[in-house]
Design a protein. Sequence first.
Length: 169
Amino acid sequence: MANQSLSSGFRVGRAIVDPARNRITTGRKSRRIRPREMDVLVHLIRANSAVASREEILESVWTDVIVNDDALTLAISRLRRAFSDNPKQPEYIETIPKRGYRLVADTREIDESAVKGGNRRVRRYRYGIAILALLLTIVTALFITVRTEYGKVSGSALSIEKTSEFGSK
Protein backbone atom coordinates (compact mmCIF):
# COMPACT_ATOMS: atom_id res chain seq x y z
CA MET A 1 0.00 0.00 0.00
CA ALA A 2 2.13 2.89 -1.21
CA ASN A 3 1.32 6.46 -0.27
CA GLN A 4 1.88 7.77 -3.80
CA SER A 5 -1.15 5.83 -5.07
CA LEU A 6 -3.44 8.02 -2.98
CA SER A 7 -4.56 11.12 -4.83
CA SER A 8 -6.61 12.71 -2.08
CA GLY A 9 -6.80 13.01 1.65
CA PHE A 10 -9.23 11.94 4.30
CA ARG A 11 -11.17 13.53 7.09
CA VAL A 12 -10.90 11.25 10.10
CA GLY A 13 -13.01 12.62 12.92
CA ARG A 14 -11.85 16.22 13.38
CA ALA A 15 -8.50 15.59 11.68
CA ILE A 16 -7.41 16.00 8.09
CA VAL A 17 -5.11 13.22 6.90
CA ASP A 18 -2.80 13.97 3.98
CA PRO A 19 -1.23 10.63 2.93
CA ALA A 20 0.88 12.18 0.17
CA ARG A 21 2.66 14.41 2.70
CA ASN A 22 2.51 12.02 5.71
CA ARG A 23 0.71 14.72 7.68
CA ILE A 24 -2.16 14.78 10.17
CA THR A 25 -3.75 18.15 10.92
CA THR A 26 -6.08 18.64 13.87
CA GLY A 27 -7.25 22.19 14.36
CA ARG A 28 -4.13 24.33 14.25
CA LYS A 29 -1.71 21.48 14.98
CA SER A 30 -0.09 19.75 12.06
CA ARG A 31 2.05 16.70 12.71
CA ARG A 32 4.25 14.77 10.33
CA ILE A 33 4.26 11.01 10.78
CA ARG A 34 6.45 8.29 9.32
CA PRO A 35 5.46 6.68 6.00
CA ARG A 36 4.81 3.26 7.58
CA GLU A 37 2.58 4.86 10.20
CA MET A 38 0.62 6.53 7.41
CA ASP A 39 0.38 3.16 5.65
CA VAL A 40 -1.07 1.64 8.84
CA LEU A 41 -3.59 4.48 9.08
CA VAL A 42 -4.57 4.17 5.42
CA HIS A 43 -5.01 0.41 5.91
CA LEU A 44 -7.38 1.09 8.84
CA ILE A 45 -9.25 3.71 6.81
CA ARG A 46 -9.72 1.28 3.92
CA ALA A 47 -10.94 -1.40 6.35
CA ASN A 48 -13.98 0.87 6.75
CA SER A 49 -14.50 0.46 10.53
CA ALA A 50 -13.96 -3.30 10.37
CA VAL A 51 -11.39 -4.93 12.62
CA ALA A 52 -8.01 -5.32 10.90
CA SER A 53 -5.95 -8.13 12.37
CA ARG A 54 -2.36 -7.54 13.41
CA GLU A 55 -1.17 -10.13 10.89
CA GLU A 56 -3.14 -8.52 8.07
CA ILE A 57 -1.68 -5.08 8.83
CA LEU A 58 1.86 -6.42 9.19
CA GLU A 59 1.64 -8.27 5.86
CA SER A 60 0.14 -5.26 4.11
CA VAL A 61 2.45 -2.55 5.45
CA TRP A 62 5.77 -4.30 6.08
CA THR A 63 5.96 -6.23 2.81
CA ASP A 64 9.69 -5.75 2.27
CA VAL A 65 10.97 -6.58 5.78
CA ILE A 66 10.31 -9.06 8.54
CA VAL A 67 9.23 -7.39 11.78
CA ASN A 68 7.58 -8.49 14.99
CA ASP A 69 4.41 -7.14 16.58
CA ASP A 70 6.35 -4.38 18.34
CA ALA A 71 6.69 -2.43 15.07
CA LEU A 72 2.92 -2.31 14.70
CA THR A 73 2.39 -1.51 18.38
CA LEU A 74 4.81 1.43 18.07
CA ALA A 75 3.13 2.67 14.87
CA ILE A 76 -0.31 2.58 16.54
CA SER A 77 1.08 4.39 19.58
CA ARG A 78 2.55 7.14 17.40
CA LEU A 79 -0.70 7.48 15.45
CA ARG A 80 -2.61 7.85 18.70
CA ARG A 81 -0.16 10.55 19.79
CA ALA A 82 -0.61 12.37 16.47
CA PHE A 83 -4.39 12.31 16.94
CA SER A 84 -4.12 13.06 20.70
CA ASP A 85 -6.17 9.89 21.17
CA ASN A 86 -6.60 8.07 24.48
CA PRO A 87 -6.39 4.26 24.12
CA LYS A 88 -8.64 3.79 27.18
CA GLN A 89 -11.38 5.96 25.64
CA PRO A 90 -10.55 5.95 21.93
CA GLU A 91 -11.98 8.51 19.55
CA TYR A 92 -9.84 7.33 16.63
CA ILE A 93 -8.15 3.93 16.98
CA GLU A 94 -9.64 1.15 19.08
CA THR A 95 -7.69 -1.92 20.15
CA ILE A 96 -9.70 -5.10 19.90
CA PRO A 97 -7.94 -7.54 22.27
CA LYS A 98 -6.63 -10.70 20.59
CA ARG A 99 -8.07 -9.52 17.24
CA GLY A 100 -6.45 -6.28 16.01
CA TYR A 101 -7.35 -2.63 15.54
CA ARG A 102 -10.32 -0.69 14.28
CA LEU A 103 -10.76 2.92 13.23
CA VAL A 104 -13.76 4.24 15.17
CA ALA A 105 -13.81 7.86 13.96
CA ASP A 106 -16.04 8.85 11.06
CA THR A 107 -14.01 8.80 7.88
CA ARG A 108 -14.59 10.30 4.47
CA GLU A 109 -12.44 11.05 1.49
CA ILE A 110 -11.84 14.72 0.71
CA ASP A 111 -10.36 16.50 -2.28
CA GLU A 112 -6.86 17.93 -2.50
CA SER A 113 -7.96 21.55 -1.97
CA ALA A 114 -9.35 20.74 1.49
CA VAL A 115 -6.09 19.06 2.45
CA LYS A 116 -4.05 22.04 1.24
CA GLY A 117 -6.46 24.42 2.97
CA GLY A 118 -5.77 22.77 6.32
CA ASN A 119 -2.01 23.14 5.81
CA ARG A 120 -2.49 26.77 4.71
CA ARG A 121 -4.39 27.58 7.92
CA VAL A 122 -1.56 26.14 10.02
CA ARG A 123 1.02 28.20 8.09
CA ARG A 124 -1.08 31.38 8.44
CA TYR A 125 -1.37 30.77 12.18
CA ARG A 126 2.40 30.31 12.51
CA TYR A 127 3.08 33.50 10.54
CA GLY A 128 0.67 35.37 12.81
CA ILE A 129 2.48 34.12 15.90
CA ALA A 130 5.85 35.12 14.39
CA ILE A 131 4.61 38.64 13.56
CA LEU A 132 3.14 39.01 17.04
CA ALA A 133 6.46 37.95 18.60
CA LEU A 134 8.33 40.45 16.41
CA LEU A 135 5.98 43.29 17.37
CA LEU A 136 6.30 42.39 21.03
CA THR A 137 10.10 42.48 20.72
CA ILE A 138 9.99 45.91 19.05
CA VAL A 139 7.64 47.35 21.69
CA THR A 140 9.83 45.95 24.48
CA ALA A 141 12.97 47.45 22.91
CA LEU A 142 11.25 50.84 22.55
CA PHE A 143 10.04 50.70 26.13
CA ILE A 144 13.53 49.94 27.44
CA THR A 145 15.06 52.68 25.28
CA VAL A 146 12.54 55.31 26.38
CA ARG A 147 12.84 54.31 30.01
CA THR A 148 16.65 54.47 29.85
CA GLU A 149 16.59 57.87 28.13
CA TYR A 150 13.98 59.20 30.57
CA GLY A 151 16.18 58.06 33.45
CA LYS A 152 19.13 59.99 32.00
CA VAL A 153 17.08 63.16 31.46
CA SER A 154 15.34 62.85 34.82
CA GLY A 155 18.64 62.23 36.60
CA SER A 156 20.31 65.29 35.01
CA ALA A 157 17.30 67.50 35.79
CA LEU A 158 17.40 66.32 39.39
CA SER A 159 21.10 67.14 39.69
CA ILE A 160 20.47 70.62 38.23
CA GLU A 161 17.73 71.22 40.84
CA LYS A 162 19.99 70.08 43.68
CA THR A 163 22.82 72.28 42.43
CA SER A 164 20.55 75.34 42.26
CA GLU A 165 19.18 74.58 45.76
CA PHE A 166 22.67 74.37 47.25
CA GLY A 167 23.82 77.44 45.35
CA SER A 168 20.97 79.63 46.75
CA LYS A 169 21.55 78.74 50.38
